[in-house]
Design a protein. Structure first.
Length: 297
């Protein structure tokens, strides 16, 4: 089997069309079409159903794509590792990271890594979702409390926790009255926040009055006295220490665990290994205090 033709077939399958694949790879559309046709002839199989406007994988094409895409990625990374001497980080490194971590920490982390490894072309995208790492071409993903996935391996590199805080100037409701709240996302109706404090466990009834798209914006609004908010302790610990915020309690829920994950069948490249080491240097103990120091530093 022609591996170059197989790679072109996977390129077209991944992008869902010859035109999109050609634009993404900077290759002539006619060349890709010819190479895929040659592969179909060699295999005596039709890999795509070609319509006037739609290109769809056949059942055989889908099976071939699913079984060979990871193998081709491993071959590419093995060749790159050999070409680079197997040790020096170089090449493109794509990382997906959640919004809060990207906004609060990734800028300085990425800059430090780029200065340390100038031959690596680091690209970070920000999204609060579990990406398909192989299909979308990511080398590493940072996820918060990810669901178990046998196709991925990784480790926890940082732990944080949520707390309920408010500005000292915010009026305290009497009795069981609801607390005005700033929330991330859409506001919805009133909600109950279970909290732990030295006095024991209790419930805070929160009435959303402002919905914002990021935790950094929620913090700014809470500091302004608009309402209480649920925020990572790493983001507000310095405000608590400076009495700009008061602690209403720890949110009574499991801690936040940040994981680094990569495909289990993919060769761990020198550039991925170097970034994992970079994270370990930045957060040697993996604590919320270290993240807070990184944010404020």
């Amino acid at each position: 089997m022609d591996l170059l033709a197989l790679a072109d077939f996977n390129l077209v399958a991944r992008h869902g069309g010859f035109g999109r694949a050609a634009r993404a790879a900077g290759r002539p559309k006619a060349t890709l079409s010819r190479r895929v046709a040659e592969l179909e002839a060699d295999l005596a199989l039709r890999l795509f159903e070609r319509g006037a406007r739609v290109l769809k994988l056949t059942e055989e094409g889908r099976a071939l794509h699913e079984r060979t895409r990871v193998l081709l990625t491993e071959l590419d990374e093995t060749a790159a590792a050999i070409a680079s001497g197997g040790g020096k980080p170089r090449g493109r490194l794509r990382i997906s990271a959640p919004v809060f971590f990207s906004q609060s920490a990734m800028g300085k982390l990425a800059a430090g890594f780029a200065l340390k490894h100038p031959e690596v072309r680091l690209e970070v995208t920000t999204e609060d979702r579990a990406v398909d790492m192989v299909e979308e071409g990511y080398d590493l993903a940072i996820l918060v409390n990810p669901d178990p996935d046998e196709s991925l391996v990784g480790r926890i590199f940082l732990r944080d926790r949520l707390v309920v805080v408010a500005a000292p100037s915010m009026p305290r409701p009497e009795g069981d009255a609801a607390v005005p709240a700033v929330v991330r996302g859409s506001m919805g109706g009133s909600m109950t926040w279970p909290v732990r404090s030295p006095a024991g466990k209790s419930n805070v009834t929160a009435e959303p009055v402002l919905g914002l798209p990021s935790l950094m914006m929620v913090r700014d609004a809470v500091l302004a006295g608009v309402g209480a908010g649920r925020l990572p302790i790493s983001l507000v610990s310095h405000d608590l220490a400076a009495d700009r915020l008061v602690l209403l309690g720890d949110l009574d829920r499991p801690e936040i665990a940040l994981w680094t994950l990569y495909p289990s069948r993919r060769l761990l490249s020198a550039r991925v290994s170097a970034f994992l080491d970079h994270l370990k240097e930045a957060f040697p103990m993996g604590t919320a205090d270290e993240l807070a120091a990184h944010i404020s530093g």
